[in-house]
Ligand binder design. Structure first.
Ligand code: KG4
Ligand code: ZN
Length: 369
């Protein structure tokens, strides 16, 4: 068994992250990895008052914190920089300023130390998380649900993904964040809504379930926050305010709508996956920040029993943005000799499945994800 010490760097959105992992591989196959350190400097405080990420502020904060973050990851892992075998950096998709900060920093390190550098697709980092957390074997079905993305993918290899469907508008995390903003709960909205929903009534408000009648795995989330806005306006018109209980009920109803959409669409994705691979034992995983939501996880656990699949939910620290998943995804590419060019650049738009039809954000600069 061979091993590699890998340093991962993530700066595609609002988290500056660095991680040291040790990856074990044999005969050109990734076997398992141990996380030695995983440091995340989250920028929540900077963006909180704006109710969303401000790209320029994010880029500046990454530039200011990257060196400290990497230093901390090395110290915590008791690892000397010179002994790192491979550097792995998120090179897209994401906010251009943050990506440039990370890629430039990583390139400078590799040039100075004469070490290899791999550019990683941030979504591949999320989609490959089960490989790091549970040493899951290919192929598996993965739902990546985060603040910027949402798609069902069959993962056949570190660079081999088939998209079965995805959101046609907002990402689910974005819907959580926008709804939290409407309710005055701050940013990021997911954990805040989950907390409020805990003792709310999920049936108090009847919200729409967009696209649930369609037979495909596509989803739509933007109507949900509009429905919440309408309910809030109705409450305000009636009594000029909304109560603590109404906030809890709105959160519980919103979260329940999310759960129903994910349950319905996961069933459809599992059916496609099973048709494609009838003979294997089926594994379904969920990753990305929204996978940290316990109600969604519990609902998927329930259907995993009925539909006979093995459900994998990596722990919350690996679901939200971090650099361990980037280090791990980079090592998989390296082991398979899928090297990055020396001219590696930030790529803000970068779909995981290049063959799939564009869903959102298609413009003259190309597909978003
Ligand atoms: O994957 P991630 O850390 O960053 C992106 O790549 O987007 O995901 C962040 C998103 C945010 O929108 C946040 O509100 C959401 O994940 N999130 C959650 C929870 N924790 C984070 N959404 C629902 N429930 C949660 N517990
Ligand atoms: Zn992410």
């Amino acid at each position: 068994m061979n091993s590699l010490r890998v340093l991962g760097i993530e700066s595609s959105c609002d988290d500056t992250a660095a991680s040291v992992i040790q990856v074990f591989f044999d005969k050109g196959e990734y076997c398992e990895a141990k996380i030695k350190s995983s440091i995340v400097f989250d920028q929540g405080q900077i963006h909180n008052k704006f109710g969303g990420v401000v790209p320029e502020l994010a880029a500046r904060a990454h530039t200011e914190k990257l060196d400290l973050c990497i230093e901390k990851a090395l110290i915590e892992a008791d690892q000397r920089l010179e002994k790192i075998d491979l550097f792995s950096v998120t090179s897209g998709p994401g906010l251009i300023g943050g990506l440039i900060s990370g890629v430039t920093f990583a390139k400078a390190l590799c040039l100075g130390l004469n070490k290899p550098l791999i550019g990683v697709n941030h979504l591949a980092g999320h989609a490959l998380t089960p490989r790091l957390s549970h040493s899951t074997k290919y192929p598996y079905l993965i739902l990546v649900a985060s603040g910027g993305h949402c798609q069902f993918l069959i993962a056949d290899g570190p660079q081999n993904f088939t998209r079965l469907g995805g959101t046609i508008d907002d990402a689910p995390g974005e819907a959580f964040d926008k709804t939290a903003k409407i309710l005055g709960l701050g940013y990021p909205g997911g954990p805040a809504i989950e907390k409020e929903a805990f003792d709310g009534d999920p049936n108090a408000f009847k919200l729409p379930l967009p696209m649930i009648k369609q037979k495909n795995c596509d989803m739509s989330f933007s109507g949900l926050k509009t429905a919440i806005k309408r309910e809030v306006d109705l409450l305000l018109n009636k009594s000029g305010q909304f109560t603590e209980t109404e906030i809890k009920n709105l959160c519980a109803s919103f979260q329940y709508a999310m759960v129903q959409i994910f349950v319905d669409k996961t069933k459809k994705a599992v059916s496609i996956f099973k048709n494609r691979y009838p003979e294997i034992s089926h594994t379904v995983a969920i990753a990305g920040g929204v996978a940290a939501n316990k109600s969604i996880g519990l609902a998927l656990k329930k259907i995993s029993i009925d539909l006979d699949f093995n459900l994998i939910i990596p722990n919350a620290q690996l679901c939200t943005d971090n650099a361990a998943i980037i280090a791990s995804a980079g090592s998989e590419l390296f082991i398979k000799k899928l090297f990055s060019p020396e001219t590696l650049i930030a790529r803000p738009r970068w779909p995981l499945d290049e063959n799939a039809a564009p869903m959102i954000g298609f413009g003259k600069k190309g597909r978003k994800a």
